[in-house]
Design a protein around this ligand. Structure first.
Ligand SMILES: NC(=O)c1ccc[n+]([C@@H]2O[C@H](COP(=O)([O-])OP(=O)(O)OC[C@H]3O[C@@H](n4cnc5c(N)ncnc54)[C@H](OP(=O)(O)O)[C@@H]3O)[C@@H](O)[C@H]2O)c1
Length: 241
């Protein structure tokens, strides 16, 4: 019996790479997307659309997912990444900016996981993709960081709640793959702040997911896949005596 996986944001960038990887491994994949599906059709692939920034649409999506056969693995990967300065300045614009991040990163994983309560196979696992920035402040991306921190903490609670049924682990990427609008100067600056000074590529996350899925001793843990950026020396530590 082939294994089954649900991947949110599974139709482009990292999500697409994960979807293609598990299809190659013979899995049945349900790949969620919002605006862009870049996946080629495949007999073992079902794509399903939903705007996780809109709670009503997430609830509609949950009704669809509850009709699915049980899953072996769910990867909460969908993400919203916008600077706070792009939010506008009125209270309504600020609220929309914050709510969108919270809806995508927190409310949607919560609702989807709730909808799948009776849709897990034996030895199932869930991976929550958060960020090393759950533990690092960033004044330009405060809504992103705060909502990812909430996602990360929620995942730890799920490890408790779903114990014995689903193993739940958090995966914290660092600078894995830059966005197309990141210029060369920005890329070099970010990479100079890590220990493995190269863009790591999606393959490093795929390997980490395989490990977390296959190792039945691991739950409630967080794995950084960040090229050592979290522990890189962020401060001048030259002390004079
Ligand atoms: N790339 C990195 O270096 C890096 C670093 C740290 C953390 N991460 C984390 O790793 C994961 C994957 O990274 P990535 O670079 O592939 O992410 P990304 O380019 O930001 O992709 C985001 C995905 O989320 C979906 N998404 C965005 N808004 C959505 C919405 N309102 N409703 C539903 N889906 C929505 C997108 O779907 P559509 O395109 O269909 O709209 C897309 O598939 C994310 O969780 C990200 O936060 C990545």
């Amino acid at each position: 019996m082939s294994r089954r996986i649900l991947i949110t944001g599974g139709a482009r960038r990292l999500g697409k790479t994960l979807t293609e990887h598990y299809l190659e491994q013979g899995w049945q994949v349900v790949a969620h997307y919002n605006t862009r599906n870049e996946l080629a059709p495949h007999p073992s692939l079902r794509v399903i659309q939903g705007n996780l920034g809109d709670n009503a649409d997430t609830i509609r999506l949950c009704v669809e997912l509850a009709k699915e056969e049980p899953f072996d693995v769910v990867i909460h990967n969908a993400s919203c990444f916008a600077t706070d300065s792009s939010a506008g300045f009125t209270p309504a614009e600020q609220a929309a900016h914050i709510n969108k991040h919270l809806n995508v990163h927190v409310t949607a994983p919560m609702l989807i996981t709730q909808a799948l309560t009776n849709h897990w196979r034996e030895d199932a696992s869930m991976i929550v993709i958060s960020d090393i920035y759950v533990e690092i402040p960033n004044e330009r991306f405060a809504a992103y960081c705060a909502s990812k921190a909430a996602l990360h903490n929620w995942g730890l609670s799920m490890a408790q709640r779903l114990a014995g049924k689903v193993r739940v682990n958090m995966l914290q990427p660092g600078p894995i793959q830059f966005l197309p609008d990141h210029d060369e100067a920005y890329r070099q600056q970010v990479l100079s702040q890590s220990l493995i000074r190269r863009e790591l590529g999606y393959g490093s996350i795929v390997k980490a997911c395989d490990y977390l899925i296959d190792n039945d001793a691991i739950t409630g843990s967080a794995m950084r896949v960040d090229g050592g950026r979290f522990v890189a020396n962020r401060y001048d530590q030259t002390f004079s005596l």
